[in-house]
Design a protein around this ligand. Structure first.
Ligand SMILES: Cc1cc2nc3c(=O)[nH]c(=O)nc-3n(C[C@H](O)[C@H](O)[C@H](O)COP(=O)(O)OP(=O)(O)OC[C@H]3O[C@@H](n4cnc5c(N)ncnc54)[C@H](O)[C@@H]3O)c2cc1C
Length: 365
């Protein structure tokens, strides 16, 4: 009987696992895939979670953060206009290939029983819990579902599911000599593509790598070259890129109201709620909600409270600390999805008064 089982070895699951294990809990972490691997992600890690990430990485993997490319600027290319704003404090660009593998390794080193290639098939109980997996059954007093945006453990689609239509995520790394130190977002009808410089830990001395990551409606594009053709400036920029990784894709992209707890199971990261990727806060939310869930469960693990009390505490803190990010990002998404006739004058205003753009960016922080 473990104190805590965590399903999913992404940033949400490993943040929870490391935090709980450092607090003395007996933790089982189950991941269906293997690390290292590329994941669909813009790899923009917002400043809000960098000190938490630094604390998790410690001295063992601290270089990942210290050597990360800094992103002090954002440029938005939309409807023939360019909106530019500072990202202050700067964000970090960290390849998921390196980030997820480092956090996974740290979880194991913190005393977590970390099992890869283990798919959870079914959960029973409301505390204690039993999970049936491809590698056998396990029992624990508490359970965190960190299985991401869309897994066999997600509830069926329903409720809020916007934007309409089937949306895909696509990503790959490309060679570009001396890319600018900015996150560049190219918007077009039916999607957007983000481009930013990134380095791989193993190839840090080789400059000139960018990550291109798109969210696109399936009827508009299904490959990155089709995405690049949607935006004239992006098309020009990408013409001489050399592929440096295999493309990866994910679907569907569904936005729901965040739900951090269900039947005494704590949900963290994308499993609790998927925030619009262009806000660049998904990794940060995953790290923060993972740590928060582990901290909320600590009194229960020590025997001081009931599981239901810890779950209620987590739900309350999640809504207070992380809820505003979802509200602000869904307002901006609605603005970008407005008809062009309304959107263009609004963008003109943003371009003429940069303080308004800065205000909007701050609202998503
Ligand atoms: C197009 C796109 C661009 C994005 N860009 C950014 C960005 O620039 N910055 C940012 O901060 N965020 C970005 N995000 C969001 C970010 O990728 C996610 O928010 C983040 O990965 C969430 O982490 P997580 O740990 O919750 O989920 P994940 O990273 O998805 O991890 C979940 C893990 O659970 C495992 N799993 C699933 N089911 C099971 C099961 N049954 N049993 C065992 N294991 C299971 C999976 O294999 C996976 O490893 C982007 C997302 C998309 C789609």
């Amino acid at each position: 009987m473990y104190d805590l089982t965590i399903i999913g070895g992404g940033p949400a699951g490993t943040s929870a696992a490391i935090t709980a294990a450092r607090g003395g809990a007996a933790v089982l972490l189950l991941e269906r895939g293997r690390f290292p691997r590329h994941k669909v992600c813009g790899e923009f890690v917002s400043a809000e979670s960098l000190s938490l990430l630094g604390g998790l990485l410690g001295s063992r993997h601290g270089d990942l953060l210290r050597a990360a490319v800094q992103i002090p600027r954002a440029r938005v290319f939309v409807d023939g206009r360019t909106l530019e704003t500072s990202v202050d404090p700067p964000a970090a660009s960290i390849a998921r290939l390196d980030l997820d593998a480092a956090l996974w390794e740290l979880a194991a080193e913190s005393g977590v029983e970390a099992r890869q290639s283990t798919t959870v098939q079914r959960i029973t109980g409301r505390g204690p819990f039993r999970v049936a997996t491809s590698e056998g059954d396990f029992e624990s007093r508490a359970l965190i579902n960190a299985s991401g945006r869309w897994s066999n453990l997600s509830p069926p689609p329903g409720g809020e599911s916007v934007p309409r239509g089937k949306w895909l995520g696509l990503k790959a790394h490309f060679g570009e000599p001396s890319p600018p130190a900015s996150v560049d977002l190219y918007f077009f009808e039916g999607g957007y593509c983000g481009v930013q410089p990134v380095e791989l830990r193993s190839r840090a001395s080789l400059p000139g790598r960018v990550n291109a990551c798109a969210m696109v409606r399936a009827d508009v594009a299904s490959t990155l070259s089709e995405v690049f053709a949607q935006h004239p400036a992006l098309y020009q920029r990408s013409r001489h890129w050399q592929p440096l990784s295999e493309p990866v894709s994910t679907a569907p992209l569904i936005f729901r109201h965040p739900q951090p707890e269900r039947e005494n199971i704590l949900l963290t990261g994308d499993a609790a709620g998927f925030v619009d990727p262009f806000v660049g806060d998904g990794i940060s939310l995953a790290l923060r909600s993972g740590a928060l869930a582990a901290e909320s469960l600590a009194p229960f693990v020590r025997g001081g409270t009931l599981l239901g009390q810890s779950a209620t505490e987590y739900r309350r803190n999640y809504k207070r600390q992380l809820g505003p990010i979802f509200r602000a990002s869904s307002k901006i998404r609605r603005m970008l999805l407005l008809p062009r006739s309304v959107r263009v004058p609004m963008l003109f205003l943003l371009e003429s008064v940069p303080a308004v753009t800065r205000y909007l960016v701050r609202r998503t922080r």
